[in-house]
Design a protein around this ligand. Structure first.
Ligand code: NI
Length: 397
């Protein structure tokens, strides 16, 4: 019941090419490594690039790689393709013959697919180059949101005028693509709030300043940020993940603490939600005679696809897969993606690549049974290569 890939894609890959890419993906899948530990992954990917005749490969961001594929024209524009390479601390339960051999670590977010299709795009570009140079970035530590800033800081993307990347998505069929302009993933800031009161005997609250009641009031009041302060037409999240206070039933503790996550899809709503959490923490503390310490940890920014880059991606998808392949996000994606650090600095487009087919399980990413259809490797490799060629040609003219 599996529909074949369109000939615009299948003819790009010989049987040997397919075997090579499938073997690379399964090899990566079998040997997943956590963020900043991707040493064996880095070595495997370096070997794969070399074996495809891509000679100019350098280490970047400790455990990542950047490969340069020369363009047809000297001095042509530089474009980048990025695939992330790290895995998650999850015990795999797919039962696949190439399931993880590293106990407790699994490629459950499809970064084995991303790394492989980015190498595949490099293979296609080495055969049929873009006008200008294409840099293939195999990036570590996406799951921590730390890899992309490190790649940027290394200078490996200096001079790059457009960047493309993609993520597996089991909610879309193989051959379907999301490449819309605008928000594609959310910001991911974390707050840590401590309420400082004065401890005492639970029987004598009048002698204490109760940080537990204060924290409870803060948790409830923070619910009004999204419901009362945010434009209802815009997505946003303030979620609490940890509440922590006290040690005994009859003791009012000195302090209480909570942490949580703030998600937004535009810089403006991100600022609103972050500043309101901070303001309300202090205001509630004061109302209850406590003081608050608020620590904000900046995560990834919102991922905004640039209009021009999105058009290049869409026209590439139309050429390879037809108009019907283009889908839109049904609802805003409140997950984070560190590709957003690139799109803050470089016009780019991050795509969702369908990996579902009839009869497949619908297990999503970050679950022990996540098992994407491998034909999406060829779709994404061809699409990313075509994005690079389209962008390069447009930037050159
Ligand atoms: Ni991911």
């Amino acid at each position: 019941m599996t529909e074949p890939l369109p000939s615009t894609i299948s003819t790009l890959f010989s049987t040997a090419d397919r075997d090579r890419l499938l073997q690379l993906r399964r090899d990566l899948h079998q040997h997943p490594e956590l963020s900043w530990q991707e040493r064996a992954t880095q070595a495997r990917l370096r070997t794969a690039l070399h074996s495809l005749g891509i000679a100019d490969v350098e280490d970047v961001a400790e455990t990542g790689l950047v490969a340069r594929i020369p363009g047809k024209a000297r001095g042509g524009p530089s474009v980048a393709l990025r695939g992330d390479i790290d895995a998650l601390p999850i015990v795999e339960a797919t039962g696949l013959p190439f399931a993880s051999l590293n106990a407790g670590v699994m490629h459950a977010c499809g970064h084995d697919m991303h790394a492989t299709w980015t190498v595949g795009a490099g293979m296609l570009l080495a055969r049929s180059p873009a006008v200008g140079e294409v840099r293939i970035v195999l990036q570590p530590a996406e799951e921590l949101g730390e890899g992309a800033p490190k790649v940027l800081a290394s200078g490996a993307l200096d001079g790059v005028e457009a960047i493309f990347g993609a993520h597996v998505d089991w909610r879309y069929r193989v051959g379907e693509v999301v490449a819309d302009a605008g928000p594609l993933a959310a910001s991911t800031d974390t707050f840590d709030v401590t309420m400082h009161g004065r401890g005492g005997h639970g029987a004598r609250p009048q002698d204490a300043v109760d940080p537990i009641v204060t924290l409870a009031a803060f948790v409830l009041e923070a619910q009004t940020i999204v419901s009362r302060r945010l434009d209802p037409a815009l997505p946003g999240v303030v979620s609490f993940g940890v509440l922590d206070a006290g040690s005994a039933a009859n003791v009012i503790p000195e302090t209480s603490r909570c942490t949580g996550t703030i998600r937004a899809t535009t810089p403006e709503t991100r600022y609103l939600l972050v500043s309101e959490v901070e303001r309300i923490a202090h205001a509630i503390a004061e109302a209850h005679r406590c003081t608050a310490t608020v620590v904000m940890r900046e995560g990834t920014p919102p991922l905004m696809n640039a209009a021009r880059a999105s058009e290049w991606a869409k026209s590439s998808a139309r050429a390879l897969l037809g108009e019907a392949s283009l889908r839109s996000l049904a609802v805003a994606n409140m997950g984070g993606e560190d590709f957003a650090f690139y799109t803050e600095r470089i016009p780019g487009c991050f795509m969702r690549i369908g990996t579902w087919r009839d009869g497949r399980s619908g297990a999503g990413v970050h679950t022990p049974r996540f098992d994407p259809d491998e034909d999406s490797l060829f779709v994404a490799a061809a699409l990313l290569a075509e994005c690079a060629r389209t962008a390069s040609a447009a930037l050159h003219s």
